[in-house]
Design a protein around this ligand. Structure first.
Ligand code: NAD
Ligand code: ZN
Ligand code: ZN
Length: 390
């Protein structure tokens, strides 16, 4: 089959690789009908995710048709149309039972290695390094789905691929970001980043009852789309974000602040040694504001800072004094996608949201490497790329 494979910083290729096979009774094989490139894939593309190997298949936003099921899998049958969550979870362990699927303690076979870095291990992820299980990803013609009797959700035929594909990641992620904010009537939510995740967070904040959303970015097309969703927008290159947010909130700050940016690619990617990266992460000697620090400063007393942007390495110099003196709550996670799926599929079915509004580009798998660049460089108004392998 054909698949997108990683060969080093900035080097994605579309190659012929062996077809995946059932390896365990609970597995399923999916013929991929649509998959997307995520901002998290850009961290791999930018070379800042450790434990990648040449030839690794990337991709974790995937859906398609079931073409084979393992002998123990009673949940799926050949022909089912499913969306696959990016988090791989067993459904039975201590964490899965509590709904914390992205903390599954069984799905990462390399958890000892991950624990050395993080103290313990999150769940395995598709196409996201050997630290997180070394699973092949879904930017491919076919995908092996482990624990396929727990993860994939069946989708009805009257909804198109593009309407449901983002249940795999960015819709639950943006929704969780807003959910973490415990939104009350009259609340103002400030959101850093108007990429695909930020866009989902804006719509979700309104779905959950926010009175006002202030969205921050600098890319004109992304700010325009945020405005279309009803957000008030600020360009961080033109305005002092802290001053403007204070001005807009009677000097109090936003009720909650969402970081939908994470590791800022151009602050980290151009540094080759880990020492340089730590230096940059520590002192932020760049012309960009440091999102997390700004989100903390702009949050009102006893407000919430909700972090869904992904961070690599050590992000230091966090103003803990500001957070503790003012009673801030921090919430953050890799999204336990499975937990949100039934609720969000229901919201799509009821017509409360059509997540396909972020799609700007569609391409073949062969064109994938080119579109990684288009997405990273935000060329041609690119906000979200969908690839159609079959
Ligand atoms: P993206 O790279 O397309 O979007 C990031 C946006 O942030 C860009 O539009 C960029 O212009 C903007 N930005 C950069 N610096 C900024 C600043 N100082 N202030 C305001 N905006 C700034 O990525 P995406 O697909 O939207 O993903 C966003 C983040 O969410 C990534 O870090 C990704 O890894 C992460 N993510 C996390 C999860 C999770 O489970 N927690 C899931 C999916 C994605
Ligand atoms: Zn993702
Ligand atoms: Zn589990």
């Amino acid at each position: 089959m054909k698949a997108l494979t990683w060969h080093g910083k900035g080097d994605m290729r579309c190659e012929s690789v062996p077809d995946p096979k059932i390896e365990h009774g609970r597995d399923a094989i999916i013929k991929v009908t649509a998959c997307a490139i995520c901002g998290s894939d850009l961290h791999i593309f930018d070379g800042i995710i450790p434990s990648m190997e040449h030839g690794d298949i990337i991709g974790h936003e995937t859906m398609g048709e079931v073409v084979e099921v393992g002998s123990q899998n009673k949940a799926l049958k050949v022909g089912d149309r499913v969306v696959v969550p990016f988090t791989i979870a067993c459904g039975e362990c201590f964490f899965c039972q509590k709904g914390y699927y992205s903390g599954c303690e069984r799905s990462n076979p390399n958890k000892a290695k991950a624990a050395k870095l993080w103290g313990n291990s999150p769940s395995g992820l598709f196409g996201y390094s050997h630290l997180l299980g070394g699973y092949s990803g879904g930017q491919a013609e076919f995908l092996r789905v482990p624990y396929a009797d727990v993860g994939p959700i069946k989708v009805p035929n009257h909804l198109s691929d593009e309407q449901v594909l983002f249940l795999s990641d960015i819709f639950p992620t943006g929704y969780m970001a807003a959910d973490f904010c415990n939104i009350q009537k009259g609340d103002t939510i400030a959101i850093w980043g108007c990429g695909p995740v930020g866009q989902m967070a804006i719509r979700s904040a309104f779905l959950l009852g926010a009175d006002r959303v202030i969205a921050i970015d600098t890319v004109p097309e992304r700010l325009a789309l945020a405005k279309e969703s009803g957000a008030q927008t600020l360009d961080f290159r033109d305005e002092d974000i802290y001053d403007r947010i204070m001005e807009l909130t009677n000097g109090r700050g936003a009720d909650a602040c969402i970081d939908a940016v994470g590791t800022e690619p151009d602050t980290m990617a151009s540094f080759d040694s880990i020492v340089d990266r730590i230096k940059v992460a520590t002192f932020m000697g760049t012309d960009r504001p440091h999102v997390l620090r700004q989100a903390i400063h702009c949050c009102r007393n006893f407000g919430t800072v909700s972090i869904v942007g992904v961070y690599g390495g050590f992000v230091d110099k966090i103003p803990m004094g500001s957070a503790i003196n003012r009673g801030l709550t921090f919430r953050m996670a890799q999204t336990p996608v499975q937990h949100y799926l039934p609720l969000l599929l229901d919201r799509i079915e009821k017509g409360e949201i059509d997540p396909s509004f972020v799609i700007t580009h569609r391409a073949t798998l062969e064109e994938g490497p080119e579109f990684y660049k288009t997405f990273r460089d935000k060329k041609d108004g690119c906000i979200k790329v969908v690839l159609k392998p079959n």
